[in-house]
Ligand binder design. Structure first.
Ligand code: GDP
Ligand code: MG
Length: 192
């Protein structure tokens, strides 16, 4: 397991809170509970860098982590939870839209999906948004430890069809056992 130097750079509620950094950035987007924070923790080999599971709090904001003085990971709020009512959806849009549209060093998006679930309309909107702002996009399918290999393959085909991607664009991961984490790193390194 490779060592990574990682720390929270800052937490931002709006544009004035974005870090003054020129490093390439990768945003982690996905539904609440899809496994974004756990994936970030697995990538940097830390247990609790990004707030995962039942520690909400700062997860309604953008959390910026600097990794190896080389790349910044941005943990975005989960949209299932953030967009469950009109007011929250508006707040989510106000937080995320300027970031996607104006953040010059934003290079790519890791769309984080639970491998057991079909993408919903929020996931589709998110990938379309990434495409419309010309981001490089990779899709991480988490929690593969909870399903058989055969079930993963059939789910992956459905997910790929729904998102209009080749199935090989999906990267299966088990963030707990760290399976597939090297593949995510390779894809991130290509984006930055
Ligand atoms: N079994 C398993 N559980 C996972 C995996 N990734 C995340 N989880 C669990 O899923 C829950 C939500 O993860 P979290 O990272 O907080 O999701 P977020 O809301 O997208 O940031 C937590 O209880 C994690 O431990 C995985 O690959 N395998
Ligand atoms: Mg989280």
């Amino acid at each position: 397991m490779q060592y990574h130097d990682a720390k929270l750079l800052t937490t931002a509620a709006n544009e004035s809170g974005w870090p003054d950094s020129k490093l390439p950035e990768i945003v982690f987007a996905g539904r609440s509970n899809a496994g974004k924070s756990t994936l970030i923790n697995a990538l940097v080999n830390r247990k609790n860098l990004a707030f995962s599971g039942k520690t909400p709090g700062k997860t309604r904001l953008l959390n910026f982590f600097i990794v190896d003085n080389r790349v910044v990971f941005t943990d975005a709020p989960g949209y299932g939870y953030a967009t469950s009512d009109a007011k929250s959806a508006l707040a989510f849009g106000k937080l995320i839209e300027p970031y996607f549209n104006h953040r010059e060093n934003l290079k790519g998006m890791v769309l984080v999906l639970d491998a057991r679930r079909e993408p919903n309309e929020d996931d589709i909107a998110m990938i379309e948004y990434g495409r419309s702002t010309h981001l490089n996009i990779i899709v991480a399918c988490t929690k593969t430890d909870k399903i058989s290999r055969g079930k993963y393959l059939s789910n992956a085909q459905k997910i790929a069809n729904t998102l209009k991607l080749p199935v090989k664009a999906l990267i299966p991961v088990d963030s707990l056992k760290k399976t597939g984490i090297d593949n995510i790193w390779n894809a991130i390194n290509e984006m930055i």
